[in-house]
Design a binder for this molecule. Structure first.
Ligand code: IVH
Length: 674
């Protein structure tokens, strides 16, 4: 009996190791996560029943129970080396030349080219296939014992796979934090009002230096192995670095998949360019490329100087962070009214280009980072992302530095700036008037769900704005045939069609008109609710926050946006101009108070899916909203009805699963009392 339990335990563990290998090393999981979790729980249960059979190499034993009081020291049997750097083509050629000269070799040298990961070096020691310890590089000869923490990383095998490993195998690699994990960790730190990590490397190092392995276990750390240390009692198969890395991978050790063999400097450089150009798309941070002479025999002949091998070199990418100083701060107004502070800098070469402007994102960031004019700051430019001011260089503040005055009025149009509680972005409230927002406001105004002006596409709107033919939505109605045909690519026919479409659009429903104004957060549904509740534009213009809050689905933020919008004289001017241009808001039959049209569906939450037989989903939605039903996008336990047409897919199956009532269009019309 115990024998079979032992066997069962071992089988389960082996199975879990195999699937962890598929997942972490090959990036090719065979099992869905839930199935893996099931196997894992099975193992946990069985071990709980038979605690004597728990072994430290079991996948359940990754997180040790006791925090350490300090890390022990580990003497590296073979030193952990560092790398020399080159920063350009010329220096790389010189390196390659030195290799040729020493080897007295005429042909092009084969190199393994690898991303230079931006984390921290680790040595893992396996004896008879079991992980014995893990140590940091330290000073190269003495490192810290971080075994407890490394064991919590699921990508590090506690037991090597297969049987072909040497008795003693030291593997060296880089522990790093993938970008996504880093961002999530910092997001959480912000929420908890804790200090954020400056970059993924610091985050990885900080996570490994935790004395409590339970903390490390929660950190998203990964590892890629890139070389070996001590190898005893057996050999690695392969005469090249590349083959050895492949063998490490068969032992279950993760190896970076971008690694390639290249021949000669030219191929090294094209590998470099290629990775540099795709750097942003990689899930982890790198700061260069490492080239290693591939043939192990050559490596032995080349040997070492001081702490670095002669057979490898790091080709660094241009720095992504540099120091500059702030000359001034300007405020820019974006196309949606967002106000962005931009620092004017002493030009500085960073991320491969000269940067003289860097964003400070929003006014809260200025306060948080306490940035002042005259400060020395760290500027970051990563890939195609716009350059940003990361932080003030500590201790660099001069007496003469000047605090930045926050704005109350839009620097473009003078309208009030509004920043709602809980929102990072401050915005100009002159949506209809502000020239920075013109084109976007008019595009929205003319769009299908708003004023539905046929033939007035985004390109044409931009052309009209660029030629200064329009600056507010009201100007659209002043356009003449002559001014239109004078535009490039505009024929007589299109011009008269557009004028006809403008004429036709002059009788919007109140809901559509409200929606067309582009008040922040006022989408179609909110516009419809407003129209139903207030029935006329003038009432809405004069309403206050309390009254707005009584309307279905209107919360404090939307209410504030609505009030602010109608407080701006410029916006009111545009509305007046629209009305003088002949816009007549249609008396809408549906603009009755909800209580008057109460139906079975009033107050119910409905999701619409599939193709309806006799009307569009938009029309069905309008009908539902008109009786005070709520139309939402996804099915949940809060959904009362699913209105399903033809070819309904996942929403239908979800509704069935949750037991949500499913109706067709006829049922809906009946419930509406139509
Ligand atoms: S090889 C002899 N390969 O860069 C082997 N190092 O600046 C020496 N690093 O301490 C290291 N990615 O922490 C090597 N693919 C890679 C690497 C890499 C990152 C780090 C490593 C090393 C440092 C040297």
């Amino acid at each position: 009996m115990p024998v079979s339990i032992k066997k069962k335990l071992e089988d389960l563990r082996e199975n879990l190791r195999y699937h962890a290998y598929q997942y972490y090393v090959l990036d090719d999981p065979e099992l869905p996560d839930v199935e893996y979790d099931r196997l894992y729980r099975q193992l946990l249960d069985l071990e709980k029943k038979h605690p004597a059979l728990i072994s430290s190499s079991s996948p359940t034993q990754r997180v040790g129970s006791k925090p350490l009081s300090a890390f022990g020291q580990i003497q590296h049997q073979l030193p952990m080396l560092s790398l020399d750097n080159v920063f350009n083509e010329e220096e790389l050629h010189a390196f390659d030349q030195r290799v040729h000269d020493r080897l007295m070799h005429d042909e092009e040298i084969e190199y393994t080219a690898e991303p230079k990961l931006d984390g921290l070096a680790i040595s893992l020691r396996y004896e008879k296939g079991a992980l014995i310890y893990a140590a940091t590089r330290g000073d190269g000869s003495m490192g810290e014992n971080v075994t407890q923490n490394i064991r919590t990383m699921k990508s590090v095998p506690l037991v090597l796979l297969g049987k072909d490993y040497p008795d003693v195998l030291e593997v060296r690699g880089e522990v790093f934090m993938p970008k996504v994990g880093f961002e999530a960790l910092n997001r959480q730190a912000r929420l908890n009002e804790e200090k954020e990590f400056a970059n993924p490397r610091n985050a990885a190092a900080g996570s490994l230096r935790q004395l409590d392995p339970k903390v490390t276990a929660k950190r998203p750390l990964s590892i890629y192995c890139y070389s070996t240390g001590v190898v005893e009692g057996g050999k690695l198969a392969g005469n090249t670095h590349y083959e050895i890395l492949q063998q490490l991978q068969t032992f279950g050790l993760p190896v970076c998949r971008e690694i390639k063999r290249v021949k000669g400097v030219k191929a090294c450089l094209s590998y470099y360019e290629n990775i540099l150009n795709n750097r942003d798309a990689l899930p982890y941070d790198i700061d260069g490329i490492v080239y290693k002479v591939d043939a192990i025999a050559f490596q032995h002949r080349l040997g070492f100087v001081a702490r670095a091998p002669r057979w490898a070199i790091a080709h660094k990418f241009p720095a992504q962070e540099e120091i500059s100083h702030i000359l001034d701060i300007d405020f820019q107004v974006g196309r949606t009214g967002a106000i962005t502070p931009v620092a004017r800098l002493d030009p500085v070469f960073v991320g491969g280009v000269t940067v003289s402007n860097a964003t400070l994102h929003n006014m809260d960031e200025i306060r948080r980072k306490d940035v002042r004019v005259g400060d020395q700051v760290i500027v970051r430019r990563a890939g195609d992302v716009i350059p940003e001011v990361v932080r003030v260089v500590p201790g660099s503040r001069k007496q003469s530095s000047v605090q930045i005055q926050m704005l109350n009025h839009c620097p473009v149009c003078g309208s009030d700036i509004e920043q709602l509680e809980g929102e990072a972005t401050a915005r100009c409230t002159g949506g209809l008037y502000c020239s920075a927002q013109r084109a976007e406001a008019i595009k929205h105004f003319a769009s299908r769900k708003a004023m539905d002006i046929d033939g007035l596409g985004n390109k044409l709107i931009e052309q009209l704005v660029d030629e200064s033919l329009i600056s507010t939505p009201a100007d659209l109605f002043q356009l003449s045939f002559d001014s239109l045909v004078s535009l490039e690519r505009m024929g007589d026919k299109s011009a008269s069609n557009l004028l006809a479409a403008l004429e036709k659009s002059k009788q919007p429903t109140l809901a559509k008109f409200l929606y067309a104004l582009g008040i922040r957060e006022v989408g179609e549904t909110t516009a419809m609710n407003l129209a139903n509740a207030f029935m006329s534009l003038s009432t809405i213009q004069e309403t206050d926050i309390d009254q707005l809050l009584e309307v279905q689905d209107i919360g404090p933020i939307v209410a504030q946006h609505i009030v602010s919008f109608f407080q701006q004289p410029h916006n009111l001017d545009v509305i007046d101009q629209l009305q003088s241009a002949g816009i007549k808001i249609k008396e809408n039959k549906q603009q009755k108070l909800i209580s008057d049209v109460a139906s079975e569906l009033t107050g119910k939450t409905i999701v619409i899916t599939g193709t309806l037989p006799a009307m569009s989903r938009g029309e069905a939605k309008e009908k539902l909203l008109a009786v005070g039903a709520k139309v939402t996008g996804s099915v949940s336990t809060k959904t009362d009805y699913l209105l399903a047409g033809d070819n309904a897919g996942s929403k239908l199956s979800k509704a069935e699963k949750l037991g949500v009532k499913i109706i067709n269009l006829d049922n809906m019309l009946a419930l509406l009392g139509v």
